[in-house]
Design a protein around this ligand. Structure first.
Ligand SMILES: [Zn+2]
Length: 215
């Protein structure tokens, strides 16, 4: 896997490499992870035995397992057959889906919004399932480019849509908290598939609906 600093290269390398953990594998007991957190505390110069930190390694281990629960989920289980026949051929849009993820470079939060749209081709998916697909990929270590693409390709695969558009707008704590002096910057990524890529009108309609002007 590439260590290239260019994140677009990273995104492609990741997709080529495939998932790191087989989806659906059971969660390991948190004790081993807690042991590592104890070492991290000591490595930071803290005393892991002081009262306020005694339960921290186990809490941190469980929190991290929760934040990466997406490794143990898979698309079929999440969608669970919630696909319905429909002759609707108008765009379906879910706007402002809350995003909480973590960057794979610093293990720090990525916080933002996701906008997802698709053009049905005989099948529609329950709206809550779109949010759950976003959550599954967000709950893995990510770079924003890969997250955006994974959401788009999963929705395309599940619905067989004529096209899918995904826009992610997010702040990266590795930028804002590390004194990079970009406290107010946010990053926007988009992936357009099928009709959203080929048909400028469809793409513009989507971008207008989420309050963006098509560049
Ligand atoms: Zn980062």
């Amino acid at each position: 896997m590439s260590e290239d600093k260019d994140s677009t290269m990273d995104a492609q390398a990741r997709i080529n490499a495939g998932p790191v953990v087989a989806a659906g594998q059971p969660l390991a007991a948190p004790e081993a992870l807690a042991e590592h957190y104890r070492a991290i505390l000591a490595g930071l110069g803290e005393n892991p035995q002081r009262e306020g930190l005694l339960d921290t390694p186990m809490r941190a281990a469980k929190a991290m397992q929760y934040l990466t629960r997406g490794y143990h989920q898979d698309l079929d289980t999440i969608v669970n057959g919630a696909l319905f026949s429909s002759d609707n051929d108008e765009m379906v849009l879910l706007r402002d889906i809350e995003l909480y993820s973590m960057c794979e470079h610093h293990l720090l939060p990525i916080i933002g919004k996701v906008h997802v749209a698709y053009l049905p081709d005989g099948k529609v998916i329950g709206l809550s399932k779109i949010a759950r697909i976003v959550d599954m990929f967000a709950a893995r270590l990510q770079i924003q480019e890969s997250l955006t693409r994974e959401i788009a390709e999963a929705l395309m695969q599940v619905t067989g849509a004529k096209g899918v558009g995904v826009v992610v707008d997010a702040k990266h704590m590795c930028m804002t908290m590390r004194g990079v002096e970009k406290q107010h910057s946010s990053m926007a990524t988009s992936v357009m598939l099928g009709a959203f890529r080929e048909d400028g009108r469809t793409r513009r309609e989507f971008l207008n609906l989420i309050g963006r002007t098509a560049g």
